[in-house]
Design a protein around this ligand. Structure first.
Ligand SMILES: [Zn+2]
Ligand SMILES: [Zn+2]
Length: 782
């Protein structure tokens, strides 16, 4: 699974909001001033002349006047440069700054500490930190304002490490930092993620009695919350006597980014209102995002009302997070309405819609709903591409994950092309999402190509590719890639080991599996989880080494789950060890299974062995657990369209042709060795006395395959997703279809990926013994 930031969008919105809060923060001087301490400002200060008389402050000039005076060569006062320097900042004119610099040197005004300091600031704000530093070094005299200008300037120019160095330099020279210096330093620590130095600066703020100054306190809150230390952030927060809107917003938005602090965030918001501090749009955006996490529609609506009241309902981040809340709450129509009404949306808006639909798709109970949500996401993406807006990283990773889930290869390929066009292909997150998409769509070659071409790889990418090989029945490639990964210095995690062990299990490589199982614990200190045990036990079951499987189950500190007991039951059955099978079945029933397939497995076993009392017991339990019915559904994408099939579906306009094609294929298949699955078990029936799903021949995936063979262009792989596991008979017949039609057919069912080619399946038929045909009988078409 590619690393798609959870709540990416609201997180992004908060980040944007946060940047704006940062920009608006009080400790940061407005453009044009260097955060001069009071009384240090040149303009407006009164000067005491030698004779003790006060001279009126120089009249503030505008830029034109100043320029004119300089040109006329009147006696030059430093103050004349001030409006011109401001102008350079406003227009970002580095050339202008350099010209003024030259002029100051000529007139000798450069020795004026105030003017020179202003020029350091101008260079920094025009993005030229080197000239700022050169000038700084040439200054014969420097005061704390000069030092601060250099420090905040480096942070502004994304060179926080240099800022930190200057700060250390300053302290070594015995200079005392001002509140502004400390505030600037804290910002540098936040920007460079240097929490240790940040803590030291925190010490200074206490030493200089500055910790209770609101702007410094705000910086401390930001330092701790941004470094993931929310508890320390809260402590710093509590020590601020005069909390302003920035203080509250800093903490609330920090809570909005960590799901564990949702409640605290909402409580802080209430406290803020009680303290009569007026929230701003950034606060409200974060609160909306908190409502999104806690799915608190009620509060969300109140906040929405509040936004109207204070007039920020039309503010884009507020609108985005409101829309996202409706989406998360499943109120898609309202969300769509808000979306369509927005005239001035941003890419964040589009991302919120796409990832919102992707999330409800993933959490949808019902496959049909999931599909339709996925479609909406794809449609919104298409509209985005047509609009003037440019998709970004989050857009691509969300939409590619939608394609993976829907197995929409064609759309995925188009998006791949988009990533090349927009230059996002080089991004590791997008690239990982691509590898994942190709793997999930059964295109191992494309996935490999994308993987090989990646300039850098993350743990997620390595793991995704190892899992891809494992799923595609290429265990040796998976193992080789794991070894390459270690050589490349990447550190595997528990998910990597699941894929690796599953590859070993698939290939029956007992020795390797044991070695990796030990390596995981001893070298990487990862305690085995259920899935790791599952792979090992599965392997022994497949090899018929039931005693070894049982020994593994009996390991200390391990409680097998439903899937593992089921695997053992199925394995024992197929290897004829009924004693162990019945024992495992009893343990399985003690767990009160939750999966319908488990009941089918048990029913099959008890019916075929004539244990009617157990049959009744299983039936009773299954009723009690109220599992609903297994619904058999398949989807196939052909070109841009998706077709949906139930079992025995006759709703497709070409269904006569489809059924005819299936008959023909089955006849041909029988001629070359296909044996339809016949078993007395088939006569078990539902209470109304007739089989619920009709014939095995018309399971949904077969109808989908028939349509694919009929309509997909020659040579194109037929790709199908199925919501439950395939049955043995479908699996076997589709192997023959792939041979007869000379076509690659990929079916991704709820358990794994089957790639049928030339009469074989990539799964190696290992799971087939778990695919009981009785599934058909407890499966309902409608
Ligand atoms: Zn079937
Ligand atoms: Zn298979």
């Amino acid at each position: 699974m590619a690393s798609i930031p959870s709540l990416a969008v609201s997180g992004g919105a908060v980040a944007t909001a946060f940047r704006a809060v940062l920009a608006a923060d009080a400790h940061k001087p407005p453009p044009g001033s260097v955060g001069f301490d009071k009384g240090n400002s040149y303009q407006g200060s009164t000067q005491v002349l030698e004779n003790g008389r006060l001279e009126a402050p120089p009249r503030p000039l505008d830029a034109q006047e100043a320029m004119a005076m300089l040109k006329e060569g009147q006696s030059v006062q430093s103050a004349m440069y001030v409006p011109l320097l401001h102008r350079c900042i406003e227009t970002g004119s580095l050339g202008g700054a350099k010209a003024l610099h030259g002029h100051m040197v000529k007139t000798g005004t450069i020795v004026d500490i105030f003017v020179a300091t202003s020029l350091v600031n101008v260079y920094m704000r025009c993005g030229n930190s080197q000239d700022a530093r050169n000038l700084f070094d040439e200054m014969p005299e420097k005061n704390v304002v000069t030092w601060t200008a250099l420090i905040t300037g480096y942070t502004l120019n994304s060179q926080p490490v240099l800022a930190l160095e200057v700060f250390v330099e300053m302290l070594k020279l015995g200079r005392y930092p001002s509140d502004y210096t400390l505030g600037g330093m804290l910002s540098a620590c936040v920007a460079s993620h240097n929490i240790d130095l940040g803590k030291q600066v925190h010490g200074y703020t206490i030493k200089y009695g500055a910790a209770s100054i609101t702007s410094i306190g705000n910086s401390l809150c930001r330092l701790y919350t941004k470094s993931g230390n929310l508890e320390s952030g809260i402590r710093a927060f509590k020590r601020i006597p005069d909390k302003n809107v920035i203080t509250w917003t800093t903490m609330i938005s920090a809570c909005a980014e960590d799901e564990n602090y949702t409640e605290l965030g909402l409580n802080l918001f209430l406290d803020m209102l009680k303290g009569e501090v007026m929230p701003n749009e950034f606060t409200l955006t974060s609160v909306m995002s908190l409502c999104g996490t806690s799915l608190d529609m009620n509060l969300g609506k109140q906040v929405q009302g509040f936004c109207f009241k204070i007039g920020c309902a039309t503010n884009l981040p507020v609108k985005n997070s409101t829309m996202y809340l409706y989406l998360r709450k499943g109120e898609t129509e309202e969300a769509m309405r808000l979306f369509e009404e927005m005239e001035d949306n941003s890419v964040i808006t589009w991302n919120a819609m796409i990832s919102g639909f992707a999330q409800i798709m993933d959490s949808a109970k019902d496959d049909l709903h999931a599909r339709s949500r996925g479609f909406q996401a794809l449609k919104i993406f298409r509209d985005l591409v047509r609009s003037a807006m440019k998709p970004d990283l989050f857009t691509f990773s969300s939409i590619l994950s939608v394609c993976s889930t829907m197995m929409a290869l064609e759309q995925g390929e188009q998006i791949h092309a988009q990533t090349i066009k927009t230059g996002f292909l080089s991004d590791v997150v997008v690239n990982s999402a691509l590898v994942n998409m190709y793997n999930k769509c059964g295109c191992i070659e494309y996935a490999t190509k994308a993987f090989v071409e990646m300039p850098t790889r993350t743990l997620v990418t390595w793991t995704s590719m190892i899992s891809g090989y494992s799923q595609h029945g290429r265990p040796h490639d998976a193992i080789q890639l794991f070894e390459d990964m270690i050589l490349a210095g990447a550190k595997p995690n528990e998910i990597t080991f699941v894929s690796l062990l599953s590859a070993c299990s698939y290939a029956g490589l007992v020795e390797e599996a044991m070695r990796y199982f030990d390596m995981m614990q001893n070298e990487y200190h990862i305690e085995p989880l259920m899935d790791h045990y599952g792979c090992m036990i599965d392997m022994f079951v497949r090899l018929g080494r039931l005693d070894d499987a049982y020994a593994f189950i009996k390991r200390k500190g391990f409680e097998p789950n439903e899937a593992i007991w089921s695997s053992l039951v199925a394995g024992c059955r197929s290897h004829g060890n009924m004693e162990l099978a019945f024992y495992a079945a009893d343990r399985l029933l003690e767990l009160k299974p939750k999966v319908v397939e488990t009941y089918v497995l048990l029913l099959n076993m008890y019916i075929s062995t004539g244990r009617w009392r157990d049959v009744a017991r299983v039936r009773k339990l299954s009723k009690h657990e109220d599992l609903g019915i297994l619904r058999d559904r398949s989807w196939i994408t052909i070109r841009d369209k998706v077709y949906f099939f139930k079992a025995d579906d006759r709703s497709h306009p070409q269904s006569t042709e489809l059924y005819q094609l299936l008959e023909t294929l089955l006849e041909k298949a029988k001629a070359i060795g296909y044996e339809p699955y016949q078993n007395t078990e088939l006569y078990d029936s539902e209470e109304d006395g007739k089989p619920a799903a009709g014939s095995l021949k018309h399971h949904s995936e077969r109808l989908a395959v028939a349509l694919g063979l009929l309509k997909a262009p020659p040579g194109v792989t037929v790709r199908i997703t199925k919501n439950i596991t395939m049955c043995r008979d479908c699996h076997s017949s589709i192997k023959f279809f792939s041979l007869l039609a000379n076509r690659e057919i990929v079916v991704r069912d709820s358990k794994r990926l089957h790639k049928f080619k030339d009469g074989r399946c990539s799964c190696g038929d290992f799971d087939v013994r778990n695919m009981d045909p009785l599934l058909a009988l407890s499966t309902v078409g409608g």
